[in-house]
Design a protein around this ligand. Structure first.
Ligand SMILES: NC(=O)c1ccc[n+]([C@@H]2O[C@H](COP(=O)([O-])OP(=O)(O)OC[C@H]3O[C@@H](n4cnc5c(N)ncnc54)[C@H](O)[C@@H]3O)[C@@H](O)[C@H]2O)c1
Ligand SMILES: [Zn+2]
Length: 353
């Protein structure tokens, strides 16, 4: 299968390219090498054709799509960014970019798409109140966060809530610009599928970590901040009280989910986008992750700072049962094993911002 991997020079994209190559597929990488993601351009991957272009460049895409069977769309600006002034860049890269890609796919009659989705579309995870059952707490207030009240309470009675894994049918509730752009990508892909008879799968990744993860920038994830601190000989700084629950999924498992989805998408119902949560199924707190990584690195110990970021959510963990049941995916890298490897592995050079 000839697969166009947009963002194929990135952290996740490069692992997808390796996975596709080792399965005997032909990956073609299209990547703009955004300076915020790549201050030092990476060498072209040996197992792929290589096109340096932006997904917003319709002419480049038309050429890149020639003879392609399926598209694996990873290109995006990621993370929370520096401040709201980044919003137009996020929307342009992620949503204008996706629409240009989909228009070019429509024209080239490429009908199969696997999209890098994200858990951020859900906002907070699933919560149950002992009196009110399933509830959806809104964004946490600055007053609560300043006072160190990090757990969202029941919107009706204020009671403490039990967090749980969210399913794909939960309502979307994006809480920041990046999340809004990831949700819009899915809506655009669903509209494209309906209009063209295309088939689309969105893999809603949880917190992906592993070798090749970028060093800390405002565009990176929490595992990358901690790993970078440890590399400088500093303690990982854990925000809030460290009790935020996440699912840390290894990048090779995410790459294998993409390879499976690319094979499965062609036999799915035309005209539809299906979403699959992609997580390890083993939730851990951010504090646990910091301790595991610090221990594997040989110190220093993490510090819990009580700081917070307004766009962050408290707990978000997913059920990946659908991906396991329908595509037969099995994550293979355990938490302790993956963190030990990540503690020893190199990170990608950071952008100078
Ligand atoms: N890392 C995570 O934990 C995580 C979680 C959920 C979803 N995702 C999604 O996974 C995908 C890959 O993320 P990543 O962590 O590998 O990030 P990354 O920054 O390492 O990779 C993204 C790549 O896309 C390229 N790119 C960005 N905008 C582009 C454009 N307009 N045209 C062409 N190329 C462009 C960049 O140069 C980069 O190589 C993204 O869509 C992201 O939203 C990542
Ligand atoms: Zn209640």
């Amino acid at each position: 299968m000839r697969v166009l991997v947009t963002g194929g020079a990135g952290f996740i994209g490069s692992h997808i390219v390796s996975a596709l190559g080792s399965l005997g597929h032909q990956p073609i990488v299209l990547d703009a090498l955004l300076p915020s993601a790549h201050p030092v351009p990476p060498p072209p991957p040996p197992e792929a054709e290589w096109i340096q272009a932006d997904v917003r460049d319709r002419t480049a895409l038309s050429g890149a799509l020639r003879g392609v069977d399926a598209v694996c769309h990873q290109a995006a600006m990621v993370g929370l960014g520096k401040d709201f002034a980044d919003a137009p860049d996020y929307v342009s890269c992620n949503d204008l970019g996706t629409s240009v890609l989909l228009a070019a796919m429509a024209e080239a009659e490429v009908r199969d798409l696997v999209l890098a989705g994200s858990m951020v579309v859900y906002g907070e995870g699933r919560y149950d109140c002992p009196r009110h059952g399933r509830v959806a707490p809104g964004p946490r207030t600055v007053a609560d966060l300043d006072a160190g009240r990090f757990e969202p309470g029941c919107p009706s009675c204020g009671a403490e809530l039990a967090p749980g894994p969210i399913g794909e049918d939960a309502a979307a509730d994006p809480r920041n610009v990046y999340a809004a752009t990831k949700l819009a990508q899915e809506h655009l892909a669903a509209a494209w599928a309906r209009a063209t008879g295309g088939r689309a799968v969105s893999l809603r990744y949880h917190n992906v970590y592993g070798p090749g993860m970028p060093r800390d920038t405002p565009y990176a994830g929490v595992a990358s901040f901690f790993r970078s601190s440890l590399a400088r000989g500093e303690s990982p700084r854990v925000f809030e009280d460290g009790g935020q629950r996440r699912d840390f999924v290894h990048v090779r498992d995410v790459a294998s989910a993409n390879a499976l989805a690319l094979s499965a998408v062609r036999i799915r119902e035309p005209g539809v986008l299906s979403a699959f949560n992609t997580g390890s199924g083993e939730p851990h707190t951010v504090g646990e992750m910091a301790r595991e990584l610090a221990a594997a690195h040989g110190g220093p110990e993490p510090v819990v700072t009580g700081e917070y970021r307004l766009g962050d959510v408290r707990h978000i963990t997913a059920s990946s049962a659908r991906l396991r049941a329908e595509l037969g995916w099995r994550p293979s890298v355990g938490f302790a094993e993956g963190m030990a490897e990540f503690a020893a592995a190199g990170q990608r050079a950071a952008a100078v911002l």
